[in-house]
Design a protein around this ligand. Structure first.
Ligand SMILES: C[S@@+](CC[C@H](N)C(=O)[O-])C[C@H]1O[C@@H](n2cnc3c(N)ncnc32)[C@H](O)[C@@H]1O
Length: 209
C-alpha cells in the first residue's frame, strides 16, 4: 500500500509553494497539524471542483485554509468560496495564508459556528465541503442540504475515521459513533446518491437528487 501511495504521489501535480509554506507554518504553530488536507487530498479537491464547476462553494471547517485554497484553485473565474471556521484565534493566520496565495479575492472567511452561519448565507451552493467537528456531521448535513441545488454536491471528509468505523466503539468515543451514524443515515437517505471514496481518511461524495 505504501508503495502504491508513493507511486501516486510521484505522479501528482506538484503542491504549489504557498501551500507548502502554509503546511510548514501549520506544523510549527499549531498542535494538530494533521488536520490539514495535505497534498494528495488537496489536489483531489481541486480536481473535483474543476469537474463540478460550482459558481458558489461552501466549506465548513477552514482550519488554516489549506483545503479552501485547493477548492479556490479549482474555481472558475467568476465563482466564489465561503469558508467557515469556529476558532477565532485562527482568523489572522487564515487571512495571512489567503493573502500569500493568488486566490484571496475568491474566498470569504466567516468566523463562528457553521450551524449558525449557514442559515444566514443567502446563496444556493453547487458544492459544499464538510470537514469540521465529527460529532456534528449529521447536523451540518441537514443544515446545508436545503441550501444545495438539485444536482449539487456535498463532499464529507474523514468518513473512514482511521479505520475505527470497523472496530467496537468505546462508550466515550462520540466521534466514531457520530461518523458511524452519519455513514448509516446517508446510505439510506432517498434525497441523495452517495459513494465513499477510500482516499486518505475517506471522502464521501454526495449528490442531491
Ligand atoms: C479538520 S479541521 C479542517 C481542515 C481543513 N479543512 C483542511 O483541510 O485544511 C476542522 C476545523 O473545523 C473547525 N470547526 C469545528 N467545529 C466547527 C463549527 N461548528 N463551525 C465551524 N468550524 C468548526 C475546527 O476549529 C477546525 O479548525
Amino acid at each position: 500500500m505504501q508503495n502504491l501511495n508513493d507511486y501516486i504521489l510521484s505522479h501528482l501535480e506538484p503542491e504549489p509553494e504557498y501551500l507548502q509554506a502554509l503546511a510548514r507554518k501549520t506544523h510549527v504553530r499549531l498542535v494538530n497539524p494533521r488536520m490539514v488536507s495535505g497534498h494528495l487530498q488537496g489536489r483531489f479537491l481541486k480536481m473535483l471542483t474543476r469537474m463540478i464547476n460550482p459558481k458558489n462553494a461552501l466549506e465548513i471547517g477552514s482550519f488554516t485554509g489549506y483545503s479552501a485554497l485547493c477548492i479556490a484553485e479549482g474555481l472558475a473565474e467568476n465563482a466564489h468560496l465561503h469558508t467557515i471556521e469556529i476558532d477565532d484565534e485562527l482568523k489572522d493566520f487564515i487571512h495571512e495564508n489567503f493573502k500569500n496565495s493568488p486566490f484571496e479575492q475568491k474566498i470569504t472567511l466567516h468566523i463562528g459556528n457553521a450551524l449558525k452561519i449557514v442559515e444566514t448565507l443567502p446563496e444556493i451552493f453547487d458544492l459544499v465541503f464538510i470537514d469540521a467537528d465529527k460529532r456534528q456531521y449529521w447536523e451540518y448535513f441537514e443544515a446545508v442540504l436545503p441550501k444545495v441545488r438539485k444536482g449539487g454536491f456535498i463532499i464529507v471528509d474523514n468518513t473512514l475515521w482511521n479505520g475505527k468505523i470497523l472496530q467496537p466503539v468505546q462508550h466515550s468515543d462520540r466521534h466514531t459513533q457520530s461518523i458511524l451514524d452519519f455513514n448509516n443515515l446517508i446510505s439510506n437517505d432517498k434525497r441523495i446518491e452517495q459513494i465513499l471514496v477510500p482516499i486518505r481518511d475517506g471522502l464521501t461524495l454526495i449528490m442531491k437528487k
